[in-house]
Design a protein around this ligand. Structure first.
Ligand code: SF4
Length: 214
């Protein structure tokens, strides 16, 4: 079995049902939820978005709000002032440039204020089924440990390196499975390597084993 086959097989066996942990019902909610998730966990975002989306159900409603009005809805999240400012700006751009809708083309998404490649990829994958491996902290860490990317690589480079290795039909599933794997087993601190079936392919594990052997 090749390394890539081993990775796919291990992830399929252990994280078959992995999916986006953020809750949303349409591209607008998806875009806002992903924007709010920066440096915060998805669970915290899911706790604030129902009331936020009830108050501001579309870009037009959110664009009319002031930052001060939006802040109380998201104040349990870190950096809530900046995030409130960002999502109001984002809503204004959607109203002014895209007729109150979320565009589902990468270049259009990337033209929106505060939308980077990771957010664009998640929105495209979740809302339009466009194959992409969005690179967050978990995907980045696992890719480096498994030798698909270097520690010094930018997220865009990690994305391209991963995409080169796998079939596009697997990108979206793989993205969710790697995140689930990173959260459950391959933690940033003290990964639970005893529960992992990828030792043979893991640079991090081999390095630790060598250090322990000395
Ligand atoms: S062996 Fe450990 S560090 Fe390597 S991928 Fe598995 S859990 Fe992560």
């Amino acid at each position: 079995m090749t390394k890539n086959e081993a990775v796919l097989s291990f992830l399929d066996a252990n994280f078959a049902d992995a999916k986006c942990a953020l809750h949303f019902h349409n591209p607008f909610e998806c875009l806002i939820a992903v924007s709010l998730s920066a440096q915060t966990n998805d669970k915290s975002v899911n706790q604030v978005t129902p009331a936020l989306f009830l108050a501001y159900p579309d870009p037009f409603a959110l664009a009319k709000a002031s930052v001060k009005e939006v802040e109380p809805y998201i104040e349990s999240l870190g950096l809530y002032h900046n995030k409130a400012k960002n999502i109001v700006n984002l809503a204004n751009a959607l109203v002014n440039q895209f007729d109150n809708a979320v565009p589902l083309k990468k270049e259009d998404l990337l033209s929106l204020p505060g939308v980077g490649i990771k957010t664009a990829n998640v929105v495209l994958a979740e809302c339009a089924g466009v194959p992409a491996i969005a690179v967050d902290t978990h995907v980045n860490r696992v890719a480096v440990r498994l030798g698909y990317a270097k520690k010094s690589d930018e997220p865009f480079t990690v994305e391209k390196k991963l995409e080169k290795q796998f079939d596009p039909k697997d990108y979206i599933k793989l993205h969710h499975q790697i995140i689930a794997f990173g959260r459950a087993i391959c933690h940033s601190q003290k990964p639970e390597c005893a529960r992992c079936g990828l030792h043979e392919h893991c640079l991090y594990f081999k390095k630790c084993a060598l250090t322990t052997d000395k």
